[in-house]
Design a protein around this ligand. Sequence first.
Ligand code: CA
Ligand code: CA
Length: 286
Amino acid sequence: MGTLIAGLVLSLTVMTGQAGAVTISDSLAAISTASAEVAGTSITSWISNGTEHHGLGASYWYRVGDSGPEALVSSLPLIGGPTVSGNTFNASYGNADFTIDFEVMVSSAGNISTLPVTLDVTSHSDNLELHLFEVHDLDLTTSTLGDVLGFVPIGPPPAPPQPNDIVQTDGFSTFSGNSEVLGGSPNVFPSHWQLDTAAALSALMADGSATTLADTPADSSTTVGPDAAFAFQWDTAPLAANDSFQLIIRKQLDGALIPEPVTGFLGLLSIAALGSCVTARRRTVA
Ligand SMILES: [Ca+2]
Ligand SMILES: [Ca+2]
């Protein structure tokens, strides 16, 4: 019986693709906690103050050139890590043509949890056309229902700045995110984007053929549940050997936290103090 149960658990683990998942976490005294589960280059759980906000979660994909399917970055050979140090996950993947160092960091400060994701890309070959993709499905406050997702109106897209600042709300929690490319030939802003159902976006990555996201919407109109999700695509200009760049994807959750009498002025002071620590820690990592 024990073997049967163990076998069943193993099959379920493999089926859900969470083999090797590890947890990173952060807490602010007795006020707040946040954790994330990372498996390869997929973030399968994001819990802030006891509430799960991830549906399918976030996953990071790549394609070389204009043909062929996309594949998970973590399907590349693992060449470093994975390591977990407190609130930070690191792993390096790559082959003879390029290396991607993948980092996820979770932090908690009161109602706010942040989850910055960094991909440091180094080319080892000339004329490398690398395409990176993110698919992120949040089900805020655990439910797929009621989520409203859209780009913050920041001028008339799609002319630069292209849609980048994204917001998802469900009445109880607010997610906001954006990204930036530092030090390289790629456009600073995402090359393409798409708001769609989680199932549709996941299918685009797994359909075996080259995908270019649809650039929809091209304005700040919103997508309302039942299962809203978003995807971004970054296309590099051909990279030369030793070219490198950093893609930083910033994510923040602002969730309702049940107020307690102790979280008065002193609590706010502690949050401010921790905010400085988090900032300092980020700077060291960067
Ligand atoms: Ca595809
Ligand atoms: Ca969703």
